[in-house]
Design a protein around this ligand. Structure first.
Ligand SMILES: [Fe+2]
Length: 422
């Protein structure tokens, strides 16, 4: 009973936080889709609600009456075994249902879910709670996507609106910890989610990996360091780039991270606080895997593999700059807080590109049924990112958490750290 109450309380809290993140938006902001990868904020609000209605309410309530049968088509993202879905790249064309109707949809589904949980038997609870937990984590994933998509939506607007007012002062440039590398011994190690607590299916099964001795950078690469790469002609030297990366440099005319813009003699960047001067001591963000990889090659280093990252990060507590702190930007690693011989910024701040392709672990089994489409079918042509960002919830991240995006992705909160061989 206590556990059931806890699930209801967590559900209400997480659903409420999604709506809190939308508070700074005006009605018009909810509807824009600035590129095919971005979803309009109102679509996120509705899709996360559909998840609970489709996978829980419609299965667990006899003769279930949907709020609106068309929502099953409009707000299904990619679950082919569930039925047809609306075209992803055209989500921004939907002026109806209105924002108000979608908030009403959320309210009704919230009430139905709470009612179902309050009334269900202990036997039903055993099956319902894992699905509820998955739905809550799904909602948290979309909270971060809301932020990344809002930033892109505001960036394409020449007015460069601010999601948040500038109450958050720009950081003063501070002295940051020098870049150093720690040697780790490797050996026959284990990775993947341990124990019975929640994880996504793609974090399983736990399995053995052999790692040679390796080096890992003590912090994320900064904007100042990335600017040096640019000024050294990094975007003009094909020898630094993977072939597919160089194709992107030429095709998209990449000359800087997404959102960076040189105005006069200074570099600026679009942030959730609007356009700001670069913060040289802050981690560099909004770069693709290709750019991270080219930078590492320029430094005669490489990116860590996900096994290296995880076996290292598993020995550190999950502390960092997460969305609950509401800072909404990566933070510099102050000299004051850094310790010699320690690795910093593993969690929060920015997702870290790894050198590992997104593939199933040995013995991987997707979840049974339609929910098995959640992760497994994307295990091709994407790279793994680790550690979460300032847009990630601290209750959502784990050392074993595998995020994944195509290597040319730049609109997510992505940074990187360096690694090397012994
Ligand atoms: Fe989703």
């Amino acid at each position: 009973m206590i556990y059931k109450c806890l699930v209801i309380a967590t559900f209400e809290k997480i659903r409420g936080f999604t709506e809190k993140l939308c508070k700074p938006l005006m009605t018009e902001d909810y509807v824009i889709q600035s590129m095919p990868d971005v979803s309009p904020p109102k679509w996120h609000l509705a899709h996360t609600t559909w998840f609970f209605e489709n996978f829980i309410l419609s299965k667990w309530i006899q003769n279930y009456q949907p709020v609106c049968p068309d929502y099953f088509f409009l707000f299904n993202s990619y679950y082919k075994t569930v039925g047809e879905h609306f075209t992803r790249s055209q989500r921004g064309l939907l002026s109806r249902p209105s924002v108000e109707e979608i908030y009403q949809y959320r309210k009704i589904i919230n009430e139905r879910i709470c009612q179902l949980l309050a009334q269900c038997s202990e036997r039903a609870k055993k099956e319902l709670v894992p699905l509820m937990t998955l739905g809550i984590h799904h909602e948290q994933q979309h909270q971060e996507l809301l932020l990344t998509d809002i930033l892109h939506i505001f960036w394409i607007n020449p007015l460069k609106p601010s999601y948040l007012k500038n109450s958050q002062k720009e950081h003063l440039e501070i002295s940051i910890s020098p870049h150093s590398f720690l040697s780790l011994s490797g050996g026959l190690l284990e990775m993947g989610h341990p124990g019975d607590s929640f994880s996504f299916d793609n974090e399983l099964p736990r399995h053995r990996v052999f790692l040679d001795e390796f080096q890992i950078g003590n912090r994320l690469v900064t904007q100042g360091e990335y600017l040096e790469f640019m000024e050294a002609g990094g975007y003009q030297k094909p020898e630094l780039w993977l072939s597919d990366g160089w194709i992107c440099v030429e095709k998209y005319q990449w000359r800087a991270p997404l959102y960076w813009e040189k105005i006069g003699t200074h570099w600026w960047q679009m942030t959730l606080f609007g356009m700001q001067r670069l913060q040289l001591s802050c981690p560099v963000s909004h770069i693709s895997y290709y750019e991270a990889e080219a930078f590492a090659k320029w430094k005669a280093k490489r990116l860590p593999t996900e096994a290296e990252w995880e076996t290292c990060a598993s020995t550190y507590p999950i502390q960092g700059n997460f969305v609950e702190q509401e800072l909404f930007c990566p933070q510099p690693l102050s000299h004051r807080f850094s310790q010699n011989g320690s690795i910093h910024q593993l969690y929060g701040d920015l997702w870290e590109w790894t050198a590992s392709p997104y593939q199933p672990y040995p013995g991987f089994k997707p979840l049974p049924g339609s929910i098995g489409e959640y992760n497994g079918k994307f295990m091709c042509n994407q790279m793994i990112l680790r550690g979460g960002s300032f847009g990630t919830s601290e209750t959502h991240i784990r050392p074993t958490y595998r995020n994944f995006f195509p290597p040319d992705t730049r609109w997510q909160f992505t940074g990187f750290r360096l690694a090397g061989d012994r």
